[in-house]
Ligand binder design. Structure first.
Ligand SMILES: *[C@@H]1O[C@H](CO)[C@@H](O)[C@H](O)[C@H]1NC(C)=O
Ligand SMILES: *[C@@H]1O[C@H](CO)[C@@H](O)[C@H](O)[C@H]1NC(C)=O
Ligand SMILES: *[C@@H]1O[C@H](CO)[C@@H](O)[C@H](O)[C@H]1NC(C)=O
Ligand SMILES: *[C@@H]1O[C@H](CO)[C@@H](O)[C@H](O)[C@H]1NC(C)=O
Ligand SMILES: *[C@@H]1O[C@H](CO)[C@@H](O)[C@H](O)[C@H]1NC(C)=O
Ligand SMILES: *[C@@H]1O[C@H](CO)[C@@H](O)[C@H](O)[C@H]1NC(C)=O
Ligand SMILES: *[C@@H]1O[C@H](CO)[C@@H](O)[C@H](O)[C@H]1NC(C)=O
Length: 442
């Protein structure tokens, strides 16, 4: 019983050996070579598939195709697991309005002075956005009142004091009218202008903050439903939080020590505890630090992220669709931007770096092509250009678009200026001393 099969086997083998003709041998050789080739191919495919799917098996339950994986690595063709922290369940596939971004011709408004800071709001309650621009040397600021179709119809110049800088617009006294906050280097203070709702201001005051105030933003840091002011004070190496009473009065609550030369501030809830946090570029120490708020006007010790080449400007947005606010940094030192994805706790991942034009001076983040994914626009100060990185929603930016603009432009506002549902770009040129409006037609 046991021997029988083996003898049969032997017989069969003999049979094959004996009956093998040249033709069948060749056929077998060919099929053997064929199988080897197919085998090697299969092994290669398996290796490729394994290499590509391995990171995703260790990450979330996401459906990522191979092509998406490959396009994620913009820099050194390595697939890092960190870039796979994509939450597909909140990504709704959406087609862009246009295959390629399109913009109208640039419309320029002369201001005959060097623009320094600007902000947008509706100061006269006519449902059209107005643009305020500070003139650094001329003791003044301009209000450009918005008209139909994204135009500015009239301009009013208000004279105040020398060295008006960056500014922010919001309703600080809860009267439903926009108010304006402007930093003033001259008085080492910030100026608060209370708006009457008709384009005029009925009161202004200076709040001393120290030398030299640079960026100013507003948000409710102590959860009393009143806007507070946060300002970076570069020479003192502090960020000051000035709490609002909600009636136009303020008191300095907290002065947070930073590293050297605190500069641009971005406000967001970086750790999703419903309390506002902020990130500040500490330029001289090549660092950007996140300060997590307790919700009462106090902050935890900074979470520093060491970068390179003068992290100068910043902006925020959820760029990889995981529900966490990420940070984009412009480096004036080496013509790059860094994208730092947020783990969701205020710690940021090591940066993805993209090249820009010369001197990326300011960044705007918005969805320009209507595909629901955020894009990034960078003003290349010394390049007379804007560079738009078109986002895929997964943290990758496979497409770029360059727009030529006036020389030495550095300010950027991204907003739907003409109410057509498309995000437009406003910038300002030091060289031509103009406000330049670029309407989105995509
Ligand atoms: C992943 O793909 C499978 C099969 O195509 C589908 O059933 C599932 O809903 C997808 N999951 C997500 C999160 O998109
Ligand atoms: C993904 O997003 C969904 C919807 O917002 C959320 O419920 C879920 O907790 C998220 N998953 C992760 C791992 O963040
Ligand atoms: C705005 O655009 C509409 C449609 O193109 C046009 O009819 C209207 O005259 C424009 N208004 C102004 C003030 O340019
Ligand atoms: C605003 O409110 C604070 C605190 O209630 C009060 O001390 C201050 O006088 C008020 N300021 C004005 C202008 O009413
Ligand atoms: C930044 O840009 C420069 C060229 O502008 C490039 O050589 C360098 O590698 C970039 N830095 C990083 C960290 O990628
Ligand atoms: C945030 O999460 C990351 C990844 O889990 C971790 O490495 C980091 O230490 C955390 N940071 C804080 C401040 O908890
Ligand atoms: C480059 O590759 C290394 C691992 O080889 C990785 O840690 C790093 O994040 C990658 N850099 C970028 C910018 O993707």
């Amino acid at each position: 019983m046991i021997d029988a099969p083996s003898s049969t086997t032997l017989l069969t083998m003999n049979e094959i050996t004996n009956n093998s003709s040249k033709k069948s041998f060749l056929l077998r050789l060919l099929s053997l070579i064929g199988s080897i080739i197919i085998g090697i191919g299969l092994i290669l495919i398996l290796i490729m598939v394994y290499k590509n799917i391995r990171p995703s098996s260790s990450s979330l339950n996401v459906n990522i195709t191979t092509t998406e994986l490959i396009s994620i690595n913009s820099m050194n063709n390595s697939i890092s697991t960190s870039s796979l922290l994509i939450n597909t369940s909140i990504r709704t596939p959406s087609n862009p309005r246009c295959a390629q971004l399109t913009f109208d011709l640039i419309k320029s408004y002369p201001m005959n002075d060097i623009p320094y800071g600007f902000a947008i709001g509706d100061l006269n309650n006519d449902n059209m956005l107005d643009l305020i621009v500070s003139r650094y040397t001329n003791n003044a600021m301009d209000i450009n009142f918005g008209g139909e179709n994204g135009t500015f119809q009239s301009q009013v110049t208000l004279s105040f004091i020398k060295y008006l800088g960056y500014m922010s617009i919001g309703d600080v006294n809860n009267d439903q009218n926009d108010d304006v906050i402007i930093v003033n280097e001259n008085k080492a203070s910030i100026m608060v202008l209370l708006g009457a709702g008709d384009g005029t201001f009925y009161h202004y005051q200076f709040l001393p903050v120290g030398a030299t105030p640079f960026d100013v933003k507003m948000g409710d840091f102590n959860n009393d439903n009143n806007l507070d002011i946060i300002v970076s004070v570069t020479d003192n190496n502090v960020v000051s939080l000035i709490l609002g009473y909600g009636n136009g009065s303020f008191h300095v609550r907290n002065t947070v020590l930073t590293l050297r030369s605190p500069n641009y501030i971005s406000i967001a809830d970086f750790n999703q505890d419903n309390f506002l946090d902020f990130a500040v570029c500490e330029v001289f120490d090549n660092t950007v630090s996140v300060y997590l708020g307790y919700g009462d006007g106090n902050f935890r010790p900074r979470i520093p992220h060491l970068l390179t080449a003068a992290p100068y400007t910043s902006d925020i947005g959820d760029l990889n669709g995981d529900g966490h606010i990420d940070l984009v940094i412009g480096h004036s030192g080496n013509n790059n931007i860094s994208i730092l994805f947020n783990y969701g706790n205020g710690s940021l991942q090591s940066p993805m770096v993209y090249g820009t034009g010369i001197y990326p001076a300011e960044i705007g983040i918005a969805d320009f092509n209507g595909d629901t994914y955020l894009d990034i626009v960078v003003a290349n100060y010394q390049d007379s250009s804007l560079l738009i990185f078109v986002g895929k929603g997964d943290g990758s930016f496979p497409t770029k678009m360059l727009i030529n603009i006036n020389p030495n432009s550095y300010l950027i506002i991204v907003v739907d200026l003409n109410n057509d549902g498309r995000i437009d770009i406003i910038t300002a040129s030091e060289d031509t001393q103009t406000i330049d409006v670029i309407l989105n037609t995509c």
